[in-house]
Write a protein that binds this ligand. Structure first.
Ligand code: NAP
Length: 508
């Protein structure tokens, strides 16, 4: 394996076949993937991880009931399938174990610098000057930002929350020292996290309050367990396992992913019907009415749960729909004047979804600041490249497919694409590469146009919408995503090569 070398001269950097050094930011699902793929190609790589272990979102989230509602077998790397998933959708801890195991099996650990947050990236001399919080500095030819999407918690400033006598925390900062059995628990929010919390906590609580600002559509999907016989078969017959992955993938892509970008399609109508049927299982008409959303199915990310409606009908459960007024030492007071007394208050209030690599300061060519470029919201050509930020690419970046896709598959397509561009540098075809302004503009224009047909713009507030009300997602078919990420259209990229003066660049 190539060792991270000393910074080279610019002369050396123009030599075809020379060693390339890549920094990967983040050791979650996408960062582990990038490290494995770079190493496979003998490309030196240094991973930076601000915490002390791998796993990203699956390390950060530890809340009761945590699971992934994407089929587990599809939510795995193609080169490291896992015949041992226990059920159709995996528990969070099993997913974290899987990523830790893959990182171990593929020897990623030694490539990671743990507990060191990258705070500054500055493009200079045809590469990136990288600085970390500990004062460490290095220089890389290329940077891959694998920093995730749902990472920075959204913590609304509920008046009085600091005076609450019980325990209060965001779902991603779960306090495992807090006793839950027989306690009065309040959860704010009705997204996928809150639904999983509801199913996990209602029965063990003395009283469970779900504070709902907006009702959600819920699709019921039974979490069928895999038998020991099935697991043995998958272990012995990788082809059978691959067939299963294909089936699960096709079902989601054809039945769901393509449905939401074409409202009115038969696939969309089917999902609509299933959600209405699920809602109809709520027995009390008043509760059903309060749980009925006033927007179209899948406008917000669908909650997928086999038992949320059962849980919210449990005798311990209270659905609170009066808006939250403030938090008091003893609980949450709502606009109707009622004080809901609580011992534990959980903010399942989601994430700041427009951060990506930020707050890391990223300064591109000629001093351009990513914060300024993204003042109106994050954008990247094909979700991966930002004009004037050469040799700087995202995995699961802005407007990448999100929602009910396998983000593992998404990242796999993206890394293969990025590796092709890195290869151009290694071969000496160019020393720097980034999307052209024109390619970015055209892509964004087409993406916004396609957005008009999606269900996400049919009249709801959701984290899918940016400040302009445009879905911050891939608005085309998933097949198109796969097609577009097969190989870079080189005319969409600005490629430069360093002159021997090291600071001048010539467009080629
Ligand atoms: P979310 O979907 O953004 O939901 C946040 C909830 O908090 C919403 O119900 C929101 O209400 C409510 N909220 C926010 N601020 C509030 C305020 N000031 N007052 C009252 N209510 C407030 O967040 P999430 O549930 O954590 O899920 C985020 C994403 O994580 C999901 O969409 C999904 O992509 C992913 N996730 C996936 C899984 C999985 O199984 N794969 C599980 C959990 C999470 P409004 O609706 O009114 O805004």
């Amino acid at each position: 394996m190539i060792k991270v070398a000393d910074i080279e001269t610019s002369e050396e950097r123009r030599r075809p076949g020379r060693p390339i050094r890549v920094a990967v930011i983040g050791a979650g699902m996408a960062g582990i993937l990038a490290a494995i793929k770079l190493r496979e190609r003998n490309i030196a790589c240094q991973v930076y991880e601000k915490r002390d272990s791998v796993g990203g979102t699956w390390r950060e989230n530890t809340y009761p009931g945590l699971a992934c509602d994407v089929a587990a077998h599809w939510y795995t790397y193609a080169f490291a399938r896992n015949p041992d998933w226990n059920s159709l959708m995996a528990k969070g801890e099993d997913i974290r174990d899987y990523f830790e195991r893959v990182a171990r099996d593929f020897g990623v650990g030694p490539l990671i610098r743990f507990n060191d947050e990258v705070v500054n990236l500055t493009y200079e001399n045809g590469g990136w000057d990288l600085r970390t919080a500990s004062g460490h500095a290095d220089w890389f030819d290329f940077v891959i930002a694998a920093t995730g999407v749902l990472h920075h918690p959204n913590i609304p400033d509920f008046p009085g929350i600091k005076n609450f006598k019980g325990a209060a925390f965001h779902s991603v900062r779960w306090d495992h020292d807090v006793e839950l059995d027989g306690k009065r628990i309040g959860v704010i929010g009705t997204g996928s996290t809150a639904a999983q919390l509801t199913s996990a906590l209602v029965a063990k609580s003395e009283r469970f309050h779900l504070f709902q600002r907006t009702a959600q559509w819920v699709l019921s999907r039974e979490n069928v367990p895999y038998t020991e016989e099935e697991k043995a078969k998958f272990r012995e017959d990788p082809a059978a396992l691959e067939e299963l992955v294909e089936q699960l993938r096709d079902k989601t892509i054809n039945g769901f992913a393509n449905a939401v970008i074409q409202v009115g399609s038969p696939e969309y109508k089917e999902i609509e019907k299933l959600c209405h049927e699920n809602l109809a299982t709520v027995r009390d008409p008043d509760l059903r009415r309060r749980l009925t959303p006033d927007y179209r199915v899948a406008c917000k990310r669908l909650v997928i749960s086999p038992d949320f409606y059962e849980a919210i009908q449990h005798p311990n459960a209270v659905l609170v729909t009066s808006p939250i007024k403030n938090v008091e030492p003893d609980g949450v007071r709502t606009a109707d004047g009622v004080l809901h007394e609580l011992d534990v208050l959980v903010l399942a209030t989601g994430f700041l979804v427009d951060r990506f690599i930020r707050p890391t300061k990223v300064i591109g060519r000629d001093g351009v600041d990513l914060d300024d470029v993204w003042a109106d919201g994050p954008q990247a050509y094909l979700s991966m490249s930002v004009p004037n930020f050469p040799n700087f690419f995202f995995l699961n970046g802005p407007n990448s497919p999100v929602g009910n896709f396998s983000l593992v598959e998404v990242a796999q397509h993206q890394i293969e694409y990025i590796l092709q561009l890195i290869e151009g540098i290694r071969q000496g075809d160019y020393t720097e590469v980034s999307a052209t302004e024109e390619a970015m503009r055209e892509f964004e224009k087409e993406r916004c146009e396609a957005a008009k047909k999606t269900v996400w713009v049919t009249g709801c507030n959701s984290w899918y919408l940016d400040k302009q009300g445009v879905p911050a997602s891939w608005t085309f078919t998933f097949d198109r995503f796969v097609e577009e990420t097969k190989a870079p259209r080189m005319q969409d990229f600005e490629k430069k090569t360093l002159s021997s003066s090291a600071t001048e660049a010539a467009v080629i």
